[in-house]
Design a protein around this ligand. Structure first.
Ligand code: FE2
Length: 517
């Protein structure tokens, strides 16, 4: 069994987990560097994205979310593991490389120029009757996934980048055949494996308060089967959504405000969108149900249902019952939440406002919502079976957690939470962990039949004492048992903490070498 160590990790050492790693790699992991055994049922590619740098040409980034994306791919094939890492080669990154300095502001407060220069530029623009320009960078660092021959990396306010799945070479920005007319794609997507579709969304918020949201359903050849657009005032931010048979569900958060004066502050370098993310008591908190095309759904209009004032980045399991009522889990942040880089470790002020897993129940006919806290641990980054989201056959949430009394940070543990029974299993790690990703044992066909924990949980783990990263393979049925395998990296290096990952049953490397390494 994994041991619950109560001794806190050293903060200084933990911070080093964000250090830059400019080196790109490609190699087979020697069997000698794998503790335990890679299960034969684990076949496919684990992709993860995150900032590969915490400084650019000598300038320390204010927040990790401003760092250029570095994608890692771990390929599991016949008990062997291939590792590859590569930066997303965005035009912004290339321009800064040529200039040898930071050229673009970050959404989280990293600034290319000093406040006096920036304020002066805004003043000149205004005096000449022009709108001040804001050049936020697109680090494309938030998530990565494979669909229909492409690997896509995302950053929610911009277009995704397309990568070659075999080499991770960046092919360029991708508007998906012109479908992404709002020139953005949210970090999170969902898969409807029954229909063999990828569902993603775009959001574009206008200064007059109008927000345009678009949902798109693509088949395996990137043909857009469904596209819906709505203009919804107050929908100022969306990070993730729930996919249901009849609806797309999002949350109208009271934590993001948009106004002309705020945009001027951003342009002048006085603040940034990330730094302004905080609770506004005058903004509504609502769940928004957007009808999904192709269903005999009597509710053809957008439905809004009031709920408690919290912020939601991420959703877990979800389904509609036989009365069409909606049940789902989500990680909620209370009214104290903001995006302060907490102790230079966590992406938000987790020590003050930890995420908590809640269960929600929406009565679609009565337009009511109720919720209950499902677990007491400090959690974030819930993940589920990738091909069963929105189905009643999906019951398990896997959460990045701190399940140590008195410590909201760092995230060291993986909680497997059953939303039907509210029971839990916990893996207590020896380091600091990232988002757990579920890898189904039967690949694409696992969307129906059998249990939805028939597979493996893959986790990136940072060992702060050694300043090294390893990857953990857990048996999803028994995540509280010792790992099936610990993959230590050949080059004995760390990989900066990541954001989101995904698993595809496809592999993009040829068979492993027969000679023993
Ligand atoms: Fe996210």
């Amino acid at each position: 069994m994994s041991a619950k160590v109560r001794i806190p990790l050293d903060v200084q050492q933990l911070r080093r987990g964000w250090e830059s790693l400019e080196r790109e790699s490609s190699y087979w992991v020697p069997q000698a560097d794998i503790i335990g055994q890679i299960p034969r049922g684990l076949r496919g590619t684990f992709l993860r994205n995150g900032p590969g740098v915490n400084a650019v040409y000598g300038k320390r980034l204010k927040h990790p979310i401003d760092g250029d994306g570095m994608v890692c791919a771990l390929t599991f094939i016949d008990g062997r593991v291939h590792f590859r890492s590569k930066f997303v080669s965005s035009s912004h990154r290339r321009e800064e490389r040529d200039a040898g300095k930071v050229l673009y502001d970050g959404q989280m407060g990293t600034r290319a120029t000093g406040p006096v220069t920036q304020f002066g530029k805004v003043l000149v623009s205004l005096l000449s009757g022009k709108k001040p320009k804001i050049k936020f960078r697109n680090p494309s660092n938030t998530s990565v996934f494979y669909w229909g021959g492409k690997v896509l990396t995302t950053y929610e306010t911009n277009l995704p980048h397309c990568l070659d799945p075999y080499t991770l070479e960046t092919m360029g920005l991708d508007d998906l055949g012109g479908t992404l007319k709002l020139h953005a794609m949210a970090a999170h997507y969902r898969v409807d494996m029954k229909k063999k579709r990828l569902i993603c969304l775009s959001l574009r918020v206008r200064l007059n308060g109008a927000a345009e949201v678009g949902f798109y359903e693509f088949d395996e050849h990137w043909h857009c089967c469904n596209a819906v657009h709505h203009s919804i005032a107050g929908l100022n931010y969306i990070h993730d959504f729930v996919l249901l048979p009849q609806f797309y569900l999002v949350h109208m958060t009271p934590f993001v405000k948009v106004s002309t004066s705020l945009v001027l502050k951003w342009a002048a370098g006085i603040s940034s969108p990330g730094e302004e993310m905080r609770y506004h008591s005058d903004l509504p908190s609502k769940f928004v149900l957007i009808p999904r095309p192709g269903h005999s759904n009597p509710n053809s209009t957008v439905i809004m249902i009031n709920t408690e004032p919290f912020h939601i980045f991420h959703y877990g399991t979800a389904y509609q019952d036989r009365h069409d009522n909606i049940h789902f889990t989500a990680v909620c942040l209370d009214t104290n939440f903001n995006m302060t880089f907490d102790d230079e470790i966590a992406l938000s002020n987790v020590s003050v406002s930890p995420g908590r897993l809640f269960k929600f129940h929406i009565d679609v006919k009565q337009l009511t919502c109720s919720q209950e806290m499902a677990d007491l641990a400090s959690v974030e980054f819930p993940t589920v079976h990738p091909f069963r989201h929105g189905l009643s056959t999906s019951r398990y949430n896997y959460l990045m957690a701190s399940d140590r009394q008195g410590y909201n940070l760092p995230y060291r543990d993986v909680i497997k939470f059953d939303h039907l029974s509210s029971s839990r299993q916990v893996y207590y790690s020896h380091g600091s962990i990232g988002e757990p990703v579920f890898a189904p044992r039967h690949g694409y066909s696992s969307y129906e039949g059998g249990d939805d924990d028939d597979g493996y949980v893959l986790v990136q783990l940072y060992n702060p004492e050694l300043h090294r990263t390893e990857f953990i393979v857990l048996d999803a049925r028994h995540i509280d048992a010792d790992p099936c395998a610990r993959i230590c990296l050949k080059l004995k290096h760390h990989i900066p903490y990541g954001f989101h990952g995904s698993f595809t049953p496809d592999v993009f490397v040829s068979a492993p070498p027969t000679s023993k390494l």
